[in-house]
Structure formats: C-alpha cells, structure tokens
Design a protein around this ligand. Structure first.
Ligand SMILES: [Zn+2]
Length: 150
C-alpha cells in the first residue's frame, strides 16, 4: 500500500502520508515519524486518501455528517459562480450575474443558497444581501424561504 492515514499525536488531526516517507510535518508543526505511527486506512489511491482524510477529520471534529457526492458537485458549481462574479466590478451587475448563474443550477433557491451567494459577492450578512436582492428586483419570494430570479 502506497498511502495511509496517521493521526497527529500533538493536535489530533488526521493527515495522509506516503508510506515510503520517513517523516511528515503536521499543520501544527509537529514532525511525525511515519514508521512509528499506526497507519490507518492503507490505500493505493491518492483520491481515496484525500477522501478518507477528510472523513476522518470530520468525525474527529465531532461527528459531522459525511459529505455526500451531490454536495461536492454543488460546491464545485459555486466555485464556478464565484469565478464568474470575480471579474465583475459593478455591485448590481455582480449580483445579477451570480443570481442568473444560480438559477441555471436551481430555478428555485433557498436561504442557504442566498447565504452562499452573499459569501461569494463579499456581503457579510445574508439578510442584508437578501434585502438588497429583493429591493433591486433581482429576486422575489415565491414561497416562505423560497426565491426565484425575477
Ligand atoms: Zn498536529
């Protein structure tokens, strides 16, 4: 097996290691001697390794639910929206662009989507952002907590 997971004895974070390496440095600065650690989840696939490290860290942090494949794709879509929004200087234009990109993914979106868009355009408060969206006529509420682009 080419890869495995070790848990840092200092900070308790999991990280992936190549089994051929003698030492690996944790994010916290601790140098971990790979040969002396118990290697968890041995695998030959670097993709599996990244996945396992994420899951182990999530469960170490306090049993967060495992991310589903669907959520992962969704995050990628938001990255695309961000990339698009980044090039637009005018705030209203940017808002329109992110809303129209979101609408391609989801014709009707909810408050969680609004807060993600708020983060993308750099609004600190999703409530303020939502009121701007409504006030500028970019979106309207179709049902409580459900929104559509106008
Ligand atoms: Zn550490």
């Amino acid at each position: 097996m080419r890869y495995g997971v070790v848990v840092c004895p200092k900070c308790g974070r999991a990280r992936g290691v190549e089994t051929v390496r003698k030492t690996v440095t944790c994010q916290c600065g601790r140098v971990i001697k790979v040969g002396r650690m118990k290697l968890l989840y041995p695998t030959d696939s670097p993709l599996d390794l990244a996945d396992i490290v994420g899951k182990v860290n999530a469960s170490l942090k306090g049993g967060e639910p495992m991310p589903k494949a669907r959520r992962k794709r969704k995050a990628d879509s938001y990255t695309a929206i961000y990339e698009k929004a980044r090039g637009i200087k005018d705030p209203l234009e940017r808002i329109r662009a992110v809303v129209s990109e979101l609408t391609k993914l989801k014709p009707v979106f909810d408050l969680e989507d609004v807060s993600r868009l708020a983060a993308i355009v750099g609004e600190e408060s999703s409530e303020v952002f939502l009121s701007k969206l409504m006030a500028s006529g970019v979106v309207y509420e179709v049902a409580p907590g459900k929104f559509k682009a106008a």
